[in-house]
Design a protein around this ligand. Structure first.
Ligand SMILES: [Zn+2]
Length: 248
């Protein structure tokens, strides 16, 4: 990577997808800052905030917006197609994820990648190092301006950023594999889920007490962290999927 603009999500998208031609690009007289991403640009596409637009917070500038840089314009234009789970990297482009237990989905831009439910965890355990990347998941019904708010990962870092709609989760790299393993055990269990999120422990006669004692020291390191329920719900495969997998 030799262009630090790629650390900006809309620019990463626009480049990764091959900088498709955009109608209406004009040259500015001199470099100007794009009101959305805040980066200097000589190319501009005319754009005005519509009355329905409700997400001005994602803009670097809030007033007098007359144009956008091509990358931001392209991203705004494709908000609907980007309302999907995907991995975006500079070298491999936009991979829209379809889990192998889901029905076939139509995609608008990028390529479809059919993956197992373990793909997200495996990706996070071995993330790219010299390729900028975004992992995007979605939970909301309606499209959000999630690409603009996503954090781009690059290089060796202690923290992995994963975006869920417009919300970014900072996940520590240290101890992540043992955390995933522990959460998988809890998710496969019958009754341990509530103990992840409160101070109680299962009583000593609890039928899964041994399992809990196994995972408790690991869970303790992450208790009350903002990412714990997110990882449990979204990164760890669904219980049914994991149990089916073990029976095969
Ligand atoms: Zn921009």
């Amino acid at each position: 990577m030799n262009d630090i603009r790629l650390l900006n999500p809309t620019h990463l998208l626009h480049h990764a997808i091959g900088q498709p031609l955009i109608k209406g690009i004009r040259k500015l007289v001199s470099n100007n800052l794009c009101p959305l991403c805040g980066l200097p640009t000589i190319d501009a596409v005319d754009w005005k905030i519509s009355k329905k637009f409700s997400d001005l917070d994602s803009f670097a500038e809030k007033e007098n917006i007359k144009f956008l840089c091509p990358a931001c314009y392209y991203s705004l234009l494709h908000i609907r197609e980007l309302h999907k789970a995907y991995i975006l990297t500079y070298t491999e482009g936009l991979k829209v994820l379809q889990f192998d237990d889901q029905p076939s989905k139509k995609i608008g831009i990028g390529q479809k990648k059919v993956v197992s439910r373990y793909y997200l965890r495996d990706f996070l355990l071995k993330p790219p190092v010299d390729d900028p990347w975004i992992m995007m998941l979605q939970t909301k019904m309606n499209p959000q301006h999630s690409i603009m708010k996503a954090k781009v990962n690059f290089g060796y870092a202690d923290t992995l950023w994963v975006c869920n709609g417009g919300k970014n989760y900072a996940i520590p790299k240290k101890g992540l594999e043992e955390l995933f393993n522990a959460l998988e055990k809890v998710k496969k269990s019958d009754l341990l889920y509530p103990y992840l999120f409160n101070d109680n422990r299962p009583w000593k006669g609890h039928k899964e007490i041994k399992l809990w004692e196994d995972v408790e020291p690991i869970i303790a390191k992450h208790k009350y962290k903002h990412y714990l329920s997110f990882i449990y719900d979204r990164i760890i495969p669904p219980k049914k999927y994991m149990l089916k997998d073990t029976n095969n």
